[in-house]
Design a protein around this ligand. Structure first.
Ligand SMILES: NC(=O)c1ccc[n+]([C@@H]2O[C@H](COP(=O)([O-])OP(=O)(O)OC[C@H]3O[C@@H](n4cnc5c(N)ncnc54)[C@H](OP(=O)(O)O)[C@@H]3O)[C@@H](O)[C@H]2O)c1
Length: 313
């Protein structure tokens, strides 16, 4: 007697007292067997729960080279990754397990030190000199990254510049420079990257909170270029969504970098416009980029996400 149908048949048995005793012993064995199997099932369930807990802990720890890292075996390009926000993004994505290619223009030493820091922490990285305003250099940089690491999953269009001036003082050369790096550079890098990008990849643009709402003077031309990045993001998300590729625009507010120092001439009105009454840290932008690059953000696309201390609230 081994299961419940055997037990049912036992209840309908007719016969001698010995037959009943045999059947009762058999029933006892059956109950023991069921209890044992129940216990075994409970143990298996507990082990499974522990395995799941272990997996999520491993994800949180972001161990490099660990198959459970959220960007394990993925490759990311971060333009303008030698300093400031771009360097922080490169390090965060590397900590999530990705191999990293950064671009820069003049700061070869700063770029090399970001690469070293990433390598010391256990992930692969290269630095490529490529001015975002030079279409051929940008295309070559994308191809070199793919040739080095064998694939491409994430492009972060971070390289950008601002030339803060009153509108009256802004020259056509200033405007052209900002368009070339902030808009044309994004166009070129994205088109080159999409040729190689895996399905399910990520394009993450670093726009600006001023691309959506303007709270301070001196950034007319710059904000126009970041407004263009916003609409570029939304438009492109419609064209690559069928490949599972997401396109999002991270819009920092005032973040303390060489470009926008918290102690700089233009800082006071920017600080005053924040709800949190402080400049942001580069890691606070990189943390959001890291999330958007992760598998958990697969259903976020065409979005403009501000990290601005409440500037645009
Ligand atoms: N900081 C802020 O408050 C703030 C706010 C909103 C948006 N943003 C945006 O965030 C991005 C990064 O800004 P950031 O403050 O980190 O700037 P940053 O401190 O000036 O750093 C700029 C980085 O980009 C590189 N870079 C500059 N021009 C380049 C070009 N033409 N081609 C390729 N790389 C170039 C620099 O490398 P080299 O040293 O080699 O030139 C450096 O690695 C920009 O798109 C910016 O518009 C910043």
């Amino acid at each position: 007697m081994r299961n419940s149908s055997d037990i049912s048949s036992f209840l309908s048995v007719e016969g001698s007292e010995t037959d009943y005793l045999i059947q009762i012993r058999s029933l006892q064995e059956c109950i023991c067997d069921l209890l044992f199997r129940n216990q075994a099932l409970r143990m298996e369930l507990m082990e499974r729960q522990q395995r799941q807990l272990g997996a999520s802990t491993a994800l949180r720890q972001n161990n490099k080279g660990d198959p459970m890292s959220q960007l394990f075996n993925k490759v990311a390009i971060v333009t303008g990754g030698s300093r400031g926000i771009g360097a922080a993004i490169a390090k965060h994505l590397a900590a999530d397990g990705a191999s990293i290619a950064i671009t820069y223009t003049k700061g070869a030493e700063a770029a090399a030190s970001v690469v070293k820091e990433i390598e010391r922490a256990g992930t692969r990285a290269i630095a490529i000199q490529a001015d975002a305003a030079d279409a051929d250099a940008v295309t070559d940089a994308v191809e070199k990254a793919v040739a080095t690491f064998g694939r491409l999953d994430v492009l972060v269009n971070n390289a950008g510049t601002a030339i803060p001036k009153s509108f009256a003082e802004t020259t056509l050369e200033d405007m052209d420079r900002m368009i070339d790096i902030n808009v044309r550079g994004v166009f070129v890098a994205t088109q080159a990257a999409l040729k190689y990008m895996s399905d399910g990849g990520r394009i993450i643009n670093i726009g600006s909170s001023v691309g959506e709402r303007m709270m301070t003077p001196g950034l007319v031309a710059y904000s126009a270029t970041k407004g263009a990045v916003k609409m570029f993001t939304q438009g492109l998300s419609r064209e690559v969504g069928s490949r599972g590729i997401t396109v999002n625009n991270v819009q920092p507010g005032p973040i303390d970098t060489d470009l926008n120092p918290a102690a700089g001439d233009w800082a006071e009105p920017q600080l005053a416009a924040t709800a949190l009454k402080r400049y942001g840290h580069v890691d606070e932008v990189a943390a959001l980029v890291s999330f958007i690059a992760s598998p958990g953000a697969a259903y976020i696309t065409g979005a403009n996400l501000t990290v601005d201390g409440g500037t645009n609230a």
